[in-house]
Design a protein around this ligand. Sequence first.
Ligand code: SF4
Length: 266
Amino acid sequence: MSTTNPTPTASPNPAATTQTPTRPRPEPRPVEELKALAEAGARELAGDPAGGVPEANPADVIRWVSRNFDTAACAVACSMADAALPHYVAQYQPGVDVLFLDTGYHFRETYDTRNEVARRVDVHIVDVLPEQTVGEQDAEFGKDLFARDPGLCCARRKVAPLKKSLNGYELWFTGVRRDEAPTRTNTPLITFDEKNGLVKVNPLAAWTFDDLLDYSRAFDVPVNPLLSQGYPSIGCQPCTRPVAEGEDPRAGRWAGSTKTECGLHT
Ligand code: SF4
């Protein structure tokens, strides 16, 4: 794995616009009903590894979602590190909404990947924008908030916009994998996301980084070129550095600080 420097940029994506979902969404079912569904799904898909019944694979998980949820009620979160999850979900839920958190601080390669996914995968990209542009945030909080208080920066540019954009959906898919970090080792396939008030599904939880690359190659799925340039985990440009071979894949995120998660999955 090389550690070639990418093309850094803090420019917002010229193609990005705030979009609304293309199809009308059904009124979300009551929280208690969604919780019961999440618990039932978790039981059904967990298998019984000790008894020889394996945990469900990603296709089984997404099929379970398709049986129980309208496509319009589902959203896929995607960082544009790769498009394996949107591609996989779109096989069963074509045209599904894909939420891209456009923080204004992404690498040029990430915006290029977003545009490639919009062209080649049967999904509807929803660019989720923070309330403030980078310039407006600088004016209120001072330049480079990420360097002084990354927790506040992530809260304003990722966590709050995601929470707002998830409002009205019943379920969101994420690409979180157990092998990404010690904080993600116990990631379930399905859970109820109390913080955002909807079902959370992690179909690729059991995948390794190599599984992700194998799937992307097999189905010619867009992949962020930084993944093969020493960036196994890609976030905002100011807060992401390449990692060395064998290093923790997320060691390049907020390097030099105690922060390990942006708050979307904690
Ligand atoms: S990853 Fe860095 S730049 Fe991006 S929102 Fe968080 S602190 Fe801000």
